[in-house]
Ligand binder design. Structure first.
Ligand SMILES: Cc1ncc(COP(=O)(O)O)c(C=O)c1O
Length: 373
């Protein structure tokens, strides 16, 4: 495709169809294999994918569930988080991070973010630890890992559990090791737009602890230890065979896709580094997998409108922090989170996904450089 043709079309904020076309033969084959097997729930495909994903992350167990939201909920449940407990997390995230805490009957305690990485500010965690604190739940936001060493030190010192929300960070690394493998448990989402996405909902919990793995496996399957033996009250939250078969195909491409995301991010950075816009930072400890390429500027809304007029779609992750959401009125302490609130008012996610071309990034970068806002 010539550059002129590429830039005449709308540049979407995501493009799931191109990823399907690239893998059409393999995906179609995987789907047919499941249809012809006549087995749709908790079979070979899920078991094979769980094995492949745990190997990928570098842990001993992975338990497929029906979403990232349930992965978080079931991980906290398995750790025994319940009524009167507090869990420390962030407010710049998908609400389902803290919803998982509330669904356990516990209370989220929000800590502000570090302005450079948008992940939890590790300097501000300790002051929020109380007698009731049971766990810390950092989010590896936009594909950048939270600073895990100080978090693990605090967890050890205060005997707290650590659950990683890695829903946006498949393949991201902290000091050379994959995220999800540091905490008692790591949780991933396979929502279609994620770096590793299914064609429906899906999620997974990973852990090196076989007792926790058994608990999550029971909880996801009506609390059964074996068929019709219900040891605990569970839910129905299983990754299905079709999604697992699709994910087996896509997992093999994850590193290649992440590499393309990183190259596109580098190119955006080169194009925009002379502007006043704040660009994503990659800390020395981080392998950032750019689930989102998030820029920050005070005239965010003007830039978004200008790009829209020029057929470039953008998104805001997230316009309202969780502690300011209607559902959170009266939930937890009134939090003072100035960095989070400024970010929500100023951040903008530019298009970035493996099917995006360098010409398209060049076009978007050129538009932004020429913008008067
Ligand atoms: C940081 C974060 N946590 C949790 C979730 C929930 O995942 P799911 O949509 O699969 O329930 C998401 C997905 O949007 C997310 O981005």
């Amino acid at each position: 495709m010539s550059r002129t043709m590429a830039i005449k079309k709308t540049i979407h904020s995501v493009d799931l169809y191109s990823a399907y076309v690239e893998l059409r033969a393999e995906i179609d084959h995987a789907i047919l294999r499941v249809l012809e097997s006549g087995w749709f729930i908790l079979g070979n495909e899920v078991a094979q994918f769980e094995k492949a994903f745990s190997d990928y992350v570098g842990v001993t167990h992975a338990i497929g569930v029906n979403s990232g939201s349930d992965a978080l909920f079931l991980a906290l449940k398995a750790l025994g988080v319940g009524r009167m407990d507090e869990v420390i997390t962030v407010s710049l995230t998908m609400a389902s991070t803290s919803d998982a805490i509330v669904r356990c009957g516990a209370q989220p305690v929000f800590v502000d973010i570090a302005p450079e990485t948008y992940c939890i500010d590790v300097e501000k965690i300790e002051e929020k630890i109380t007698e009731r604190t049971k766990a810390i739940l950092p989010v590896h936001l936009y594909g950048h890992p939270a600073d895990l060493d100080p978090i693990m030190q605090l967890a050890e010192r205060y005997e707290l559990s650590l659950v990683e929300d890695a829903c946006q960070a498949h393949g991201a690394e902290y000091k050379g090791k994959k995220v999800g493998s540091f905490g008692d448990m790591g949780c991933f989402s396979f929502y279609p737009t994620k770096n590793l996405g299914s064609y429906g909902d899906g999620g997974i919990v990973v852990t090196n602890d076989s007792d926790l793995a058994k608990k999550v496996a029971m909880l996801r399957n009506y609390g059964q230890s074996q068929r019709y033996r219900h040891d605990v009250i569970g839910i129905n939250s299983r990754l299905d065979e079709l999604q697992a078969a699709i994910l087996r195909v896509k997992l093999r491409r994850l590193d290649e896709w992440n590499k393309k995301r990183m190259e596109l991010a580098k190119y955006y950075t080169e194009l925009l580094e002379q502007t006043d816009i704040k660009l994503p930072v990659e800390k020395g400890y981080a392998k950032h997998v750019y689930h989102q390429f998030v820029v920050q500027l005070s005239q965010r809304d003007e830039l978004q409108r200008y790009l829209k007029r020029n057929d470039v779609q953008t998104q805001i992750h997230y316009p309202i922090p969780v502690h300011k959401q209607k559902a959170y009125e009266g939930v937890g302490d009134p939090a003072n989170l100035p960095v989070t609130e400024t970010a929500c008012a100023e951040i903008l996610s530019l298009p970035l996904y493996p099917a995006l071309t360098f010409d398209q990034v060049s076009w978007v970068g050129g538009l932004i450089r020429n913008a008067s806002c």
